[in-house]
Write a protein that binds this ligand. Structure first.
Ligand code: MG
Length: 386
């Protein structure tokens, strides 16, 4: 029987690459649900090509456009956030790929877990905001969370057959982004276009900015803590500009396992969708002589403050990672809209972390409340700045 997949966020970078993987393996996978936030043209195209049972457009204002465009197809069309949370519970869904951007992934992922659906997790913010609650719900509902993030896929692959062996340390590799090695002075006036120009990975705008500020790596550290049950002190970030080694697990005997390959998100996507099976493909293969050397260096957390703030937030625990994430979403949007400068992003996040109310043991409702409180605080901080 084919694996029936719901893709939340099908028009983004991960979503479209997942559909490429699926279209090359139609004997293994079937698309059951496609959802998008706003991008109706691509959603309609995808729906016609993949014939899912259901399509959801999150933005309700665009419902009539989508349903009109698909009126001759045997496809149900729904709209709104509630529909998103409901479709993940459908009996006909075997696996939910969460590929939406940011905080919006939290509730649909939580509801999918509650409905006992296995998750291919591409939305790391879900783990940042509510790692403890999500992890607990996954255990209670016997749900597998399969990482799609390339680093976490690497760690997961290194751990196959090792579940009895404790991890001594994880080396989380990081390309360093477009501004690796730059001084504070050089970063003062970098443009949005430069920040959007990632050297190795082709991704959406939000994650590309997060990669330039190293917030993405801070989020990945937290994601790794929750996925693999480790404290932040056991995770070390290593800059590896070539992005060939996707991460390394060190065991108690000092032995290290690394997973490597060309930087292509289709690989970890395919591994998560197909798990535990590896699927034959014709993606380009690694050639050693294209990469005669692999380099490693420590990250500069004085210049890339977001990485240090992430470790602080994780050590404080409670709702602090949720506050960090909410503040980050607002500053990234402000930077993309050219309202603040690159180095103002960590400054404002740090202030928001000081201002927002700290809760040691937050419930899901507390986190929802804290998310909106922090967005308000951060928006005000930005307005006062200019
Ligand atoms: Mg990653």
């Amino acid at each position: 029987m084919k694996k029936r997949i719901a893709i939340l966020g099908s028009t983004g970078s991960i979503g479209t690459q997942a559909l490429e993987v699926i279209s090359q393996n139609q004997d293994i996978f079937e698309v059951e649900v496609l959802t998008a936030n706003n991008n109706v043209d691509i959603l309609i195209q995808q729906a016609k090509a993949f014939q899912p049972n259901v399509v959801v457009i999150a933005n309700q204002e665009k419902y009539s456009f989508v349903s009109e465009a698909l009126k001759d197809e045997p496809i149900k069309v729904y709209a709104g956030a509630d529909a998103l949370s409901q479709v993940v519970q459908m009996d006909t869904v075997d696996l939910v790929l969460t590929a939406m951007v940011g905080y919006s992934g939290l509730l649909p992922t939580y509801n999918a877990i509650k409905a006992k659906k296995n998750i291919a997790l591409a939305n790391k913010e879900t783990m940042v905001v509510a790692g403890e609650i999500i992890t607990k719900a996954a255990i209670e509902n016997k749900v597998e969370i399969l990482p799609v993030d390339s680093e976490h896929s690497a760690i997961f692959q290194c751990l196959v057959g090792e579940f009895m062996n404790p991890i001594e340390k994880i080396y989380l590799t990081c390309s360093g982004g477009p501004f690796r090695g730059k001084s504070e002075k050089e970063l003062q006036n970098v443009t949005v276009d430069k920040a959007l120009n990632h050297p190795n990975w082709d991704m959406g705008a939000k994650i590309t900015i997060d990669s330039a500020t190293l917030m993405n790596k801070g989020f990945e550290m937290m994601e790794a803590c929750w996925l693999f049950g480790l404290p932040a002190s056991k995770i070390e970030v290593i800059i590896h500009p070539q992005s060939i080694i996707h991460s390394i697990v060190q065991f108690e005997d000092g032995s290290m396992k690394a997973q490597m390959g060309l930087p292509d998100m289709k690989l970890p996507i395919q591994y998560a969708l197909g798990f535990p099976q590896r699927i034959k493909n014709d993606f380009p293969r690694f050639n050693f002589f294209d990469y005669p050397r692999l380099d490693f260096e420590p990250p500069n957390t004085k210049i890339f403050r977001n990485l240090a703030l992430s470790f602080e937030a994780m050590k404080m625990g409670g709702n602090m990672p949720c506050i960090l994430n909410a503040a980050n979403e607002i500053v990234v949007e402000a930077f993309l809209n050219r309202k603040i400068a690159f180095l103002q992003m960590p400054e404002i996040i740090e202030k928001a972390m000081q201002k927002a109310a700290f809760i040691k043991k937050p419930t899901l409702d507390d986190l929802i409340q804290s998310n909106s409180e922090t967005r308000g605080i951060t928006t005000l901080l930005i307005e006062n700045k200019n």
